[in-house]
Design a protein around this ligand. Structure first.
Ligand SMILES: Nc1ncnc2c1ncn2[C@@H]1O[C@H](COP(=O)(O)OP(=O)(O)OP(=O)(O)O)[C@@H](O)[C@H]1O
Length: 245
């Protein structure tokens, strides 16, 4: 089943000569994990922003599970972001004045989950991702890797159809990056959640099923893990270096 379909999607920012997205055609299957790569300015964040309807496109169509989301009204777009998708950002986007438990529960209260169930749900995810002891603490008391695990729990706990991740390992050291990618990969397989992740990091990209490479707003190349097996990491590195990325 198709989760996301982009048909001839174009986007140009005001006062810019070039398209940020130039006739993008892309299909992401339900449960697929896709990494978006490309040099700075190639359109990665714009692609994430238009598929999560944070930003509007100029032409083309975007469908999510057969609904044309690119024509959603503001209210429909807000509901879609609240109920159907989760976000993971490079800088975690946790609220400093709230405890870890409160930070996670914000996602559930937005989705109107029954308050009697919220604590149990948070406890079980926190135990699963080794954060139970941290629930009473504040974000500044946690390491970067722990904060990113909190933000992944906040994204997955509302059972979204898709998680959009923008450079989730961008601020992390190697060990924390591997921990973060291990968790994203686990929830992709266990919860069957579709993931669209922007990254500059080949190691992070190698956890995906497929890598798409953008260049000047165009979909330049796709690399499928199925075609590469064990050498996926090397094939991605080679493709980037061949293109001077
Ligand atoms: N708000 C904006 N206003 C005008 N131009 C923009 C805006 N956002 C992005 N652009 C331009 O659109 C193009 C694509 O930018 P985008 O941020 O999507 O690239 P990116 O691949 O995510 O880059 P990076 O890796 O640096 O985050 C670039 O030429 C950029 O300068």
């Amino acid at each position: 089943m198709k989760q996301l379909v982009l048909k001839d999607v174009c986007k140009k920012y005001p006062n810019q000569l070039n398209y940020a997205l130039d006739h993008i055609n892309l299909i992401v299957e339900k449960g697929e994990f896709v990494a978006v790569m490309g040099r700075s300015g190639s359109g990665k964040t714009t692609l994430l922003n238009v598929t999560s309807i944070i930003d509007k496109i100029d032409s083309g169509n975007i469908y999510c599970a057969d609904k044309e989301i690119s024509t959603f009204s503001d209210k429909e777009a807000t509901n879609f972001r609240k109920n159907d998708i989760g976000f993971v950002f490079q800088d975690y986007m946790l609220l400093d004045s709230l405890t870890i438990r409160e930070n996670i529960s914000v996602a559930l209260s937005l989705k109107n989950v029954d308050s009697s169930k919220i604590d149990d749900l948070i406890n079980s995810y926190a135990k699963r991702f080794n954060l139970y002891e941290q629930l009473k603490k504040y974000p500044y008391q946690l390491s970067g890797g722990q904060r990113q695990r909190v933000s992944i729990i906040r994204a997955i706990i509302k059972e979204p159809e898709i998680i959009f991740a923008d450079e989730p390992t961008g601020a992390l050291d190697l060990k924390s990056s591997e921990g973060t990618m291990g968790i994203l990969s686990e929830i992709n397989k266990t919860e069957k959640v579709t993931i669209l992740m922007v990254t500059h990091d080949v190691l992070s990209a190698s956890y995906a099923d497929r890598v798409i490479l953008l260049k000047d707003g165009k979909l330049h190349m796709e690399i499928d893990k199925k075609d590469c097996g064990e050498s996926f990491y090397d094939v991605i590195s080679q493709a980037l270096s061949d293109r001077g990325e």
